[in-house]
Ligand binder design. Structure first.
Ligand SMILES: [Zn+2]
Ligand SMILES: [Zn+2]
Length: 135
């Protein structure tokens, strides 16, 4: 990915070492919960609080730089914004991965059946990942 500092500036987000560190973690792990981010960031910034990590994530979400991945019955995960995509969720280890699906026909059908104007066309499919199936 491009230099994190440059990306933050492009999104008019104030650059701080904590924010750079959050962006770096998300770049490496793709999807993380606030708690996972907090655990990782704390190693570099021992005095940081969970609330501060939250605040930083919210500030970057307001600028559409970070997106929330809402997971039914689980804590949300966060990712760096990118083109619309769906997710697969492992029910055993909680891992979330990106998957690119063409949902055009599905959303057209859903709109037809319900008369809703569909605004979000991302899905979360859940199952058991290859690593968990192997163990
Ligand atoms: Zn798994
Ligand atoms: Zn994703």
């Amino acid at each position: 990915m491009k230099n994190a500092e440059m990306l933050l500036r492009e999104h008019q987000i104030k650059v701080t070492p904590q924010r750079l560190s959050i962006v770096g973690e998300l770049d490496g792990h793709v999807h993380m919960s606030v708690e996972e981010l907090y655990e990782a960031i704390k190693k570099k910034f021992p005095s940081i609080s969970l609330a501060t990590v939250y605040k930083n994530i919210n500030a970057m979400m307001e600028k559409n730089f970070i997106l929330e991945v809402k997971i039914p019955n689980k804590k949300s995960k966060y990712e760096l914004a990118k083109a619309s995509h769906s997710h697969v969720l492992c029910q055993e280890c909680g891992k979330v991965e990106d998957i690119s699906l063409d949902l055009h026909d599905l959303t057209a059908k859903a709109a037809n059946m319900t008369d809703y104007k569909i605004k979000e066309d991302a899905l979360i499919l859940s199952g058991v990942c290859p690593a968990c199936r192997a163990s």
